[in-house]
Design a protein around this ligand. Structure first.
Ligand SMILES: [Mn+2]
Length: 438
């Protein structure tokens, strides 16, 4: 099945290499941006001109209508969404959402028996399409951005190639966000994955905790960051965190603290871009705050882009932290699933992330969670999240959400994460349908 998939990827590459000036239409999340930028970089190397269009949802924009050659990246359901608009155009699709073979040439792991939810991302698929060893960092950033860690299957093979070529590294370490970029106190107090009761959101307690763990938070009057700690200090901090979590009665959360972290060795040490998770969060922040152009410029390594992206990241983390505090006290148990009504309190751009983060300490992973928020047009944005355990038990949120929205809106996605948008007066109907689907 792998050779079949690789063959298809090569077919897609040949088709793209025959284009003269394609429009790259890509999704606005971290994987979509990394994949879109990967395609752009590959085209640059080949001396092929291109245009780019970032979208949240596939719509028949004028740019799409005018283009003769199109590369759709990280969008499921291209034919369904655009249909006749694509008549007579040269179209290829690079994707990893659940889907079927259609009219257009498509590189999609699902068509060769892989699971695009966990085996490979759009960025990874784009990487296999072009086969350029030095683009591996974007492939890893996209996978991590789509929550595909620890990396396995095709992702794992891509990682191995990156390691072999000296571009990537895989360490076992504390997986909290900000290992590279956050001073230790904020590293802990901003930690929402997992939620650390008593520490998350409480700088004073974090100071005290670090002091008691024997970690100097400053050195030569400069705030220290996790990656600057010695191995001994790292072990000290980790064991202090683990005993802290046990003392709070949530020892199982400790398992989530330690795991594989993916280092991008060619990026400057200590930069967000040197850690696949931080890089992907930076991209997410750009996309979710309507500045995907900045994210793309970061991926294309353009000057000044990283500084601009950092400002958005700061705002993103603030929304996450405040949203998380709201979520943790407001979610409800609806029997078949948990329900989080974030309307008026949580931005639609972060509702899915927050719903997913509730599993990191607040929720038992016994059923899926549905979060809702209001989008800019006043509709209800729905984000459903499950856990790996639930997916193993047969939960398929993409399917359940798609079915539950039939006739009242549009929805779909992966087995572990899915989204939909409906009119606000259809919410009850949706919730009833969704409970039935589960
Ligand atoms: Mn994706």
């Amino acid at each position: 099945m792998e050779s079949e998939f690789i063959e298809r990827c090569q077919e897609v590459r040949k088709c793209i290499e025959s284009f003269s000036k394609p429009l790259i239409v890509h999704h606005y999340d971290a994987d979509g941006m990394a994949a879109g930028a990967l395609v752009a970089k590959a085209l640059r190397k080949r001396g092929i001109a291109y245009n780019m269009l970032t979208l949240r949802r596939l719509e028949a924009r004028s740019e799409i209508k005018e283009a003769k050659e199109l590369i759709f990246v990280d969008f499921g359901g291209v034919e369904e969404a655009l249909g006749g608009v694509l008549e007579g155009k040269d179209v290829v699709i690079i994707d990893h959402h659940q889907g079927k073979e259609g009219k257009f040439l498509q590189a999609n792991p699902h068509l060769s028996g892989f699971d695009g939810g966990s085996d490979i991302s759009s960025s990874g698929t784009a990487y296999l399409v072009f086969g350029d060893a030095e683009l591996v960092d974007l492939a890893l950033v996209g996978a991590v951005g789509d929550m595909q860690f620890p990396l396995k299957s095709l992702n794992r093979e891509i990682l191995k190639e990156g390691i072999k070529n000296g571009i990537a590294r895989c360490d076992i370490d504390l997986g909290i966000f900000g290992r590279m970029s956050r001073p230790l106190v904020w590293f802990l107090s901003y930690c929402t994955e997992p939620f650390l009761p008593g520490l998350t959101g409480n700088e004073k307690n974090c100071h005290k905790f670090l002091k008691e763990a024997g970690i100097e938070v400053k050195q030569e009057n400069k705030w220290r960051r996790y990656f600057e700690l010695s191995m001994e200090e790292r072990v000290q901090l980790i064991s202090a965190l683990v005993s802290y979590l046990y003392s709070k009665g949530i020892g199982e959360v400790a398992n989530e603290l330690i795991g594989e972290v993916y280092i991008l060795a060619k990026q400057p040490e200590g930069s967000e871009l040197s850690d696949a998770k931080e890089y992907s969060t930076l991209l997410n922040a750009c996309g979710r705050h309507d500045r995907p152009d900045i994210g793309i410029r970061v991926c294309l390594e353009e000057e000044g882009a990283l500084e601009e992206a950092r400002k958005l990241l700061y705002e993103h983390r603030r929304q996450l932290r405040e949203g998380m505090f709201y979520a943790i006290s407001k979610y409800e148990d609806y029997g078949k699933f948990y329900f989080l009504d974030g309307r008026g309190h949580i931005e639609d751009g972060v509702i899915g992330i927050i719903a997913g983060m509730l599993y990191g300490g607040a929720l038992a992973s016994d059923k899926p969670i549905v979060g809702i928020a209001t989008d800019e047009e006043g509709r209800v944005k729905i984000s459903a999240r499950a856990t790996k355990k639930l997916v193993e038990r047969g939960v398929n949120l993409g399917e359940a959400l798609g079915n539950a929205c039939r006739g009242i809106g549009a929805g779909g996605g992966h087995n572990i994460a899915a989204g939909a948008t409906i009119e606000s007066n259809k919410l009850n109907e949706f919730l009833i349908n969704f409970a039935k689907e589960l």
